[in-house]
Ligand binder design. Structure first.
Ligand code: BJ8
Length: 383
């Protein structure tokens, strides 16, 4: 096993979440509004404009899955079961501290799970159109964005002004830029940053509730890494470079991302919801805010959309920009939309981009670690 490069003060994802429990508790005691969220389609700007804090509720461990399986089928995506299980057992302080939940009808599993979650807490479910390009899709989605605004106003007894919305859009666009610049350190060859750090820092940042602080940290770390590249990495030989695609990887970060690097390759980029694709697409600051928010989030390239051509364009750009030697697609068990789309992804990667592709289907248990290591090891040999 090779050692992966991490900064001395590196904080793992579970440790970052643990720290965040305490800061969220403090915010709650100070009377701050807290809204639980799950997905990249969530219009965070509305939450920000309601002077509320958004907290990610996606489950990452297997410990709460047996409780979830009392009401949900066993053959369901682990992310959905872990999210419901930790809420239903009251073991998730993020859910506990949330005043309400803002969620979307993305995949079938999630949208039906939210019906059960709604028995525990007020859940506002945004109806997502099945395809971004469908006739009337934007008008429909814009009305859904309007309804979130109205619900937040009614729930908290507040008024979300245009001025607040515009300020939230500007702030979140600055945050997007800081995250994107940080991610793009992975484009340097050889990369001075571990993909394990990239994935950990960006997902952990969902739990850093002071956005200005978060931007400051990301800008500073990006500068440090760029300097490090100039001093220590430039001109040296690169290890094989991997682009990750597929389902979100925050629940399998140690099991897959870390292992790829320990087995001899660098994870340089993420074409998934833990990656920069949404960050490359800021919200138009000139337009009417509700229209601009609706347009932006409808452009998210998730496999729940049919058809989903934007994902292939983004993937092609990332393969080139990050100089990827191979693509590994992470599929969470029973995620039908990504699993079905993986056939087209494989053809795109191997035929159009002419580089190797590997699909890994897994869940949150550790039982398949040996098998995953063997497959990753053999894949890296090919590169
Ligand atoms: S925009 S990727 S965060 S939906 S992995 S729960 S799709 S069965 S997480 Fe996702 Fe939003 Fe899309 Fe991103 Fe369902 Fe698949 Fe599970 Fe998934």
């Amino acid at each position: 096993m090779e050692e992966i490069k991490l900064p001395k003060d590196f904080v793992t994802y579970p440790e970052a979440r643990k720290k965040a429990f305490l800061s969220l508790k403090k915010l709650k005691e100070e009377g701050r509004r807290i809204v639980g969220v799950f997905c990249t389609y969530t219009p965070w700007e509305l939450i920000e404009a309601a002077d509320a804090v958004a907290v990610v509720l996606c489950g990452i461990g297997e410990e709460n899955i047996p409780a979830a399986e009392k009401r949900l089928p066993k053959n369901l995506c682990p992310l959905i079961k872990a999210s419901y299980g930790s809420a239903a057992t009251d073991r998730c302080p993020f859910f506990y501290f949330s005043d309400m939940v803002l969620a979307e009808t993305t995949c079938d599993g999630k949208k039906k799970m939210y019906e059960l979650m709604g028995e525990l807490k007020h859940c506002h479910i945004m109806q997502l159109p099945p395809g971004a390009g469908g006739k009337g899709a934007l008008e429909f989605w814009k009305a859904e964005v309007e309804s979130v605004k109205e619900d937040l106003e009614d729930f908290y007894g507040i008024k979300i002004t245009e001025e607040k919305l515009r300020a939230a859009i500007r702030l979140r666009n600055r945050e997007r830029k800081a995250i994107l610049d940080f991610y793009e350190v992975g484009r340097l060859k050889p990369t001075p940053i571990s993909g394990y750090e990239l994935n950990t820092v960006v997902t952990s940042n969902d739990y850093a509730f002071d956005i200005e602080e978060k931007i400051k940290y990301l800008e500073q770390r990006t500068r440090e890494l760029t300097d490090l590249y100039e001093k220590e990495y430039k001109g040296k030989k690169s290890r094989p470079r991997i682009l990750i695609t597929g389902c979100p990887t925050h629940g399998v970060i140690d099991k897959v991302i870390r292992r790829i690097e320990e087995l001899g390759a660098d994870v340089v980029g993420f074409e998934n919801c833990c990656g920069p694709r949404e960050k490359k697409d800021p919200i138009d600051e000139e337009k009417d805010p509700i229209t601009a928010i609706a347009e932006k989030y409808l452009r998210v390239n998730c496999s729940v959309m049919s058809p989903n051509p934007g994902r292939f364009k983004a993937m092609g750009e990332q393969i080139d920009e990050y100089q990827a030697d191979g693509v590994i697609e992470v599929l969470l068990q029973a995620c039908h939309t990504f699993a079905i789309e993986s056939d087209a992804v494989k053809r795109f990667v191997t035929e159009e981009k002419d580089i190797p592709y590997l699909a890994i289907t897994t869940d949150y248990s550790m039982t398949d670690q040996g098998q995953i290591d063997t497959r990753i090891g053999a894949f890296i040999e090919l590169l």
